[in-house]
Design a protein around this ligand. Structure first.
Ligand code: URA
Length: 247
């Protein structure tokens, strides 16, 4: 059974205003509980059973939110930062009211799929090294990525701190002569099952190559929605939430 909570708390959790503002809205007759106007802010509601309307519109209560963002370059994957904007700066107030945080980190200059939620348990499971959640990245790499690199990644490369990576699947998509400055540019897709700091960039450094562009395209079975422009986001469906942990 769902927990009951005060109506002013429920509405403020959903971003309808501060507790003081909500009290005023209640006094002004803007809130209905099961089609009856109520004025008392301490009214207890059961979000699963009761129908609450604000200004005539049905209120959709949920404890957790799950968002998919196409993260743009230039934003830090954190809830606050001293110098740079964070991915939370992109979110509307109605979502910030849930106090979401990013599930894992993408580097400031990495683009693509970032999940944000306030569901700490899900985040914990997805980030647990034991779960081996699959992540697929698209990257553009300075240098000629070869079959030798595919082989090295499949065996597991050693990073600069001697960490031995688990096997990763490297797919060469395209090789462009003089693709960057005077150098060859390789377009690749890399699948990994772990998430060390700067992992993709450091895997390529271990084979003497430099990632010049990086984008995450999937996590588990959840793929980045191609309709989302950089800096856009949307809520995940229930099925999509499950897909994050699917193999
Ligand atoms: N690997 C990286 O190097 N950077 C990221 O942002 C994600 C994976």
């Amino acid at each position: 059974m769902a927990k009951k909570l005060r109506i002013d708390k429920m509405l403020s959790n959903l971003g309808y205003g501060t507790r003081t503002e909500i009290k005023r809205y209640l006094k002004n007759g803007m809130v209905e509980l099961n089609d009856i106007k109520i004025k008392d802010a301490s009214f207890q509601v059961d979000p699963e059973q009761d129908e609450v309307k604000f200004d005539g519109q049905k209120v959709n209560y949920r404890e957790f939110i799950y968002l998919m963002m196409n993260k743009p370059d230039g934003y830090i994957s954190a809830t606050s930062d001293k110098y740079d904007p964070t991915v939370l700066d992109i979110l509307d107030k109605e979502y910030l009211a849930f106090e979401p945080f990013p599930v894992g980190r993408l580097d400031k200059d990495t683009e693509g799929l970032l999940v944000l939620t306030n569901d700490g348990k899900l985040a914990h499971r997805v980030l647990s090294p034991k779960k081996h959640v699959k992540k697929i990245y698209y990257a553009e790499v300075r240098g000629n990525v070869t079959e030798m690199d595919v082989y090295a990644f499949a065996k597991g490369v050693k990073l600069d701190d001697d960490y031995e990576c688990q096997p990763g699947e490297l797919k060469i998509l395209e090789t462009i002569e003089n693709g960057i400055d005077e150098d060859v540019l390789s377009k690749i897709e890399l699948t990994i099952y772990e998430g060390k700091f700067h992992q993709v960039k450091r895997m390529f450094e271990s084979v003497d190559k430099e990632v010049v562009y990086l984008k995450r395209i999937s996590m588990g079975k959840l793929e980045l929605d191609e309709n989302l422009e950089l800096g856009e986001y949307r809520e995940l469906t229930d099925d999509e939430v499950k897909m994050i942990e699917e193999r």
